[in-house]
Design a protein around this ligand. Structure first.
Ligand SMILES: Cc1c2[nH]c(c1CCC(=O)O)Cc1[nH]c(c(CCC(=O)O)c1C)Cc1[nH]c(c(CCC(=O)O)c1C)Cc1[nH]c(c(C)c1CCC(=O)O)C2
Length: 393
């Protein structure tokens, strides 16, 4: 039914109005039926509770007054305040492994834009040293794995990750963030998915053609499977650890899974993602899990087979089509081209309204289709949040 709403594209059914200063007004509405502007009833929804962050209510399908909004990579290089910290602390590892810096950087976008999600400042590669895989992130080069894994023997040396032992600063930072943010926004944790992590450690860093991991996949699949299983067990533990220390939802980044054909995704990514989701749901059934894969248009239906609560779309798929293909049970996030933030303010407003209209008025988290690009004007990010927070269904 949501697709019927979505079929009215490009009309401004949800109009941006002035941003609301009060989060409590969310709880005041007693409407229990969601209607889209052309009048179809698309679902019966429970009224959200006032103490819960908007993002969590939206994921559950409760009635909310507007879509919650946050941005992937909202903490980082496009912010002047972050660049100042980088001057003082030039090492990415230090910035992301020192509790005070992690908290300060995570809160930078929160203080300025008041997003509905505050993501931990960290990296998907942060667990690697704890698994016996040293890495660094070098300015201008990106991630570097000093000893890329290529053989069964290399993989046998990979240790299972024990978050309490190796990244206690992550737990401490999440607990502090919860206290700082109160329940005005959801504190978000994240992990890398097994295939995406494997791509970094086998390739030795970022990659264009993924030839080394494909050589492993297509000539020694048992070696890759052994590595993927180690990441699977470790990342399931890491998600639980993040939830136990304050994360209210966790995003799984399988950024490069879409380098795989659908059949290869079914062998080298899907079963491991499903295993992570099943494991987390068995102990933390109420923790929302969000899955992001860049360029995922060809794999959408398969992404929802993982059992995640939210699928984050990039901008190569139309939001209305994405919703239709994913089905009503899955919440959607994302979809706005990060390049839109280089456009005029009017253009940004229009694209936000288009996306929100196409997503329909429930189970939608407004976000970009990938991380904010370095060089994005901060005033455009401010405009994005102001418009987004002024929307009323
Ligand atoms: C693939 C991936 C990585 N890291 C991440 C992914 C998945 C998301 C995606 O697909 O973009 C996830 C990530 N990395 C970072 C965050 C912070 C939280 C946030 O604000 O969203 C998150 C969620 C900080 C970071 N991680 C990194 C930066 C930039 C380096 C810096 O600020 O010093 C930031 C802010 C480094 C990094 N780390 C990685 C890359 C490709 C890079 C960029 C290299 C470069 O361009 O220099 C690996």
């Amino acid at each position: 039914m949501a697709s019927m709403c979505s079929s009215v594209s490009n009309s401004s059914r949800f109009l941006a109005s002035k941003p609301s200063s009060s989060s409590s007004c969310r709880s005041k509405s007693k409407l229990s039926t969601i209607r889209c502007a052309i009048g179809e009833i698309i679902s019966e929804a429970k009224v959200s509770s006032s103490t819960e962050p908007l993002l969590l209510s939206a994921v559950k399908g409760e009635k909310v007054e507007r879509p919650p909004v946050w941005l992937m990579r909202q903490a980082g290089r496009y912010m002047k305040s972050y660049q100042l910290i980088c001057e003082k602390y030039p090492s990415f590892r230090e910035r992301s492994e020192n509790v005070d810096l992690v908290v300060e950087i995570s809160l930078q976008p929160w203080k300025v834009f008041k997003p509905d999600g505050v993501i931990l400042f960290s990296d998907i590669l942060t667990p690697l040293p704890g698994m016996n895989i040293p890495f660094d992130i070098v300015k201008g080069k990106g991630p570097i794995i000093y000893d890329p894994l290529r053989t069964a023997e290399d993989v046998s040396k990979v240790r299972e990750f024990v978050p309490e032992e190796f990244v206690p600063y992550v737990g401490e930072a999440l607990t502090t963030l919860r206290a700082e943010v109160k329940n005005e926004a959801a504190v978000l944790g994240f992990v890398g998915a097994p295939f995406t992590l494997a791509s970094y450690v086998v390739e030795g860093g970022s990659s264009k053609h993924f030839s080394k991991i494909k050589r492993m996949a297509f000539s020694q699949p048992e070696v890759l499977h052994a590595l993927l299983q180690k990441f699977t067990t470790s990342m399931a533990q890491y998600i639980k650890y993040q939830a136990d220390h304050g994360a209210q939802a966790v995003q799984i980044f399988d950024s490069w899974a879409t380098e795989l054909s659908p059949a290869d995704f079914e062998e080298f990514s899907l079963p491991y993602l499903k295993q992570i989701v099943d494991s987390v749901k068995s102990t933390h059934p109420n923790l929302p899990l969000i899955l992001y894969a860049s360029g995922s248009g060809g794999l959408l239906e398969r992404l929802s087979l993982t059992g995640v609560d939210v699928v984050s779309l990039d901008w190569t798929v139309d939001m209305a089509e994405g919703r239709r293909r994913l089905g009503a049970d899955v919440a959607v996030q994302g979809n706005v081209d990060p390049g839109v933030l280089f456009g005029s303010k009017d253009f940004i407003t229009k694209r936000i309204n288009d996306t929100v209209n196409k997503a329909g008025n429930h189970k939608h988290i407004l976000n970009l289709g990938h991380g904010i690009v370095v060089g994005t004007p901060e005033e455009n990010v401010a405009h994005f949040f102001e418009v987004a927070k002024g929307i009323r269904y």
